[in-house]
Design a protein around this ligand. Structure first.
Ligand code: PBG
Length: 325
């Protein structure tokens, strides 16, 4: 009947805090975290993001100060998102030598050269329609967008970005960017691809944070959240195209996908704890329903346990400044 055996006692290894620490299988370290930042041009004062309490839009003129603060807290890598006042149909500001994408990388690298700068490479914050590429009558034009992604990547690399991080979810974007970078001589600029990117409702607060004007959705280019096989295939395609690092996004509701991608590739794997994941924890904590620090560390630890090597998280700076890692 019952297979309970009095000699099988896993609780033996949980006796004291020291035991529990010794037998902890997964550890979280500040070096695992990448901080996404929102930088707005032409902004005078920091602007709170209502849907993400504790996260601010950084005025561009304060970026140098903020990067120093982020670096001195011990964060080694940032992902830059720009809020543009120069939107147009195609998002052409993104590939201007003095456009916001380039300026963000330049300011970061000039201020703290050792900071690893990852340039989110997309168009939705720079287009009038808010889509992630060139919009035609029939929708977003994949191959026209690839050309522009190549141009944006080269501009960011020229400005000093260490990583190009394409999040447009176009087919062939890694190959197109790799080709453009190599052609321009940026053979050392790495690509962290948003390789498995779901069309997720967890991105809700990002629209306010990044000021995108999208009406509708991105379901013709981002993935169906309920597809597992396709999720693996998407990441393996990006690996074949030459990505240096893969990513699963969002993270918390997709731990199974993180695990499976981890088992199917030897590339480093990132996971993105997105704006809605941040908001859910933050608002629940503000309401007194959960303990913020504990839940943050548990959620990030679980993402690592699932197989992520590194995590993009809006909690990174707070954790670093409070020496919680
Ligand atoms: C698109 C992009 C998005 C996020 C990162 N890059 C929004 C989207 O795809 O709709 C979301 C990040 C977040 O929600 O924290 N360029």
């Amino acid at each position: 009947m019952s297979s309970y055996s009095p000699s099988l006692r896993p609780r033996r290894l949980r006796q004291t805090p020291a035991f529990r620490t010794l037998f902890q299988e997964t550890t979280l370290n500040i070096n695992d975290l990448i901080l996404p930042i929102f930088v707005e041009e032409g902004l005078d004062e920091y602007k709170e993001i209502q849907a993400m309490p504790g996260v601010m839009r950084i005025p561009e003129r304060r970026l140098a100060y903020e990067i120093e603060r982020i670096a001195s807290a011990g964060i080694r890598a940032v992902m830059t998102f720009g809020i543009s006042h120069h939107t147009d149909e195609d998002g052409s500001d993104t590939w201007q030598e003095n456009g916001l994408v380039s300026r963000m990388s330049r300011i970061c690298k000039d201020t703290v050269p050792e900071m690893i700068v990852m340039s989110d490479t997309c168009f939705c914050e720079y287009t009038t329609h808010g889509h992630c590429g060139v919009l035609h009558d029939h929708g977003v034009d994949n191959d026209a967008t690839l050309i522009n992604l190549g141009k944006q990547a080269v501009a960011a690399a020229r400005a000093g970005a260490d990583f190009i991080a394409p999040s447009a979810a176009m087919d062939g974007q890694v190959a197109a960017i790799r080709y453009a970078l190599d052609e321009a001589g940026f053979t050392n600029t790495a690509i962290m691809s948003y390789s498995t990117k779901f069309a997720s409702s967890f991105y809700g607060p990002f629209r306010e944070a990044a000021g995108t004007s999208l009406k509708g959705d991105r379901k013709t280019y981002q993935m169906n959240p309920l597809n597992r096989r396709e999720a693996i295939r998407e990441s393996l395609i990006d690996q074949a195209e030459g990505a240096d690092v893969l990513m699963v996004k969002p993270a918390g509701a997709y731990l199974d996908i993180i695990r499976e991608v981890r088992e199917r590739t030897d590339l480093p794997l990132a996971a993105y704890q997105v704006s809605g994941e941040y908001a859910m924890i933050k608002f629940a904590a503000l309401a007194g329903a959960v303990n913020e620090q504990d839940v943050v560390l548990e959620s990030l630890g679980a993402i690592k346990r699932a197989g992520a090597d590194m995590i993009l998280s809006y909690f990174a700076l707070d954790l670093a400044e409070k020496h919680l890692l």
